[in-house]
Design a protein around this ligand. Structure first.
Ligand code: HEC
Length: 158
């Protein structure tokens, strides 16, 4: 299989993902019109991740013949997952579907985010080495965290 990303490039991207992922949990706060922008930004990141995961799923199921793209999708997911330490500034539940409890359940929400980040790093390394089973398994692990948070902390569609 011809990979579009060299081994070292993937390793550098992985390291960047790890560093971003280890950033301090934020105490940042948003108010006024910044609230809606923070929510839009967060949803854009989630949509982007869902899009990469969907594209990878199509490759894994041989619906498309774009195996050479796997490593780039994997690296993108690891990079996007690294942004999660700062996607939920205080106050960003106002007018959104984020339940306010999110901010009181620090250990639980940090656990979900950490598990999402760990799984994304495994997706990145498996996709860089062409380990298709590993890619599939860890995309599944990511999806479980998306679902866990939606179930616990997202209000139903209004
Ligand atoms: C830590 C909690 C959390 C995690 C993890 C999470 N989401 Fe979300 N997601 C939310 C919340 C809350 C909303 C509602 C909008 C808002 O306030 O951010 C949302 C909204 C969305 C939306 C927009 C549709 C809607 O209901 O508004 C999409 C698409 C989405 N998430 C996809 C994903 C995907 C894909 C993942 C995993 C890669 C993921 N989410 C992981 C909390 C989370």
């Amino acid at each position: 299989m011809q990979l579009r990303f060299g081994k070292y490039m993937a390793a550098a991207l992985l390291a960047a993902g790890v560093l971003a992922g280890s950033a301090q949990a934020q105490e940042r706060m948003v108010e006024g019109e910044m609230v809606g922008e923070a929510v839009k930004y967060r949803v854009n990141i989630m949509r982007a991740m869902g899009a990469h995961m969907g594209a990878m799923g199509a490759i894994l199921q041989s619906k498309v013949e774009n195996k050479g793209d796997l490593a780039a999708h994997g690296a993108a997911l690891a990079g996007l997952a690294g942004m999660w330490d700062d996607l939920f500034p205080k106050g960003s539940d106002a007018g959104s579907k984020l339940k306010p409890e999110f901010f009181n359940d620090g250990a639980m929400t940090a656990g979900i985010i950490k598990a999402l980040q760990d799984a994304s790093l495994k997706v990145a390394s498996a996709s860089a080495s062409g380990d298709m089973a590993g890619v599939g398994q860890n995309i599944g692990a990511m999806g479980a965290q998306c679902g866990a948070c939606h179930k616990a902390y997202r209000l139903p569609q209004s």
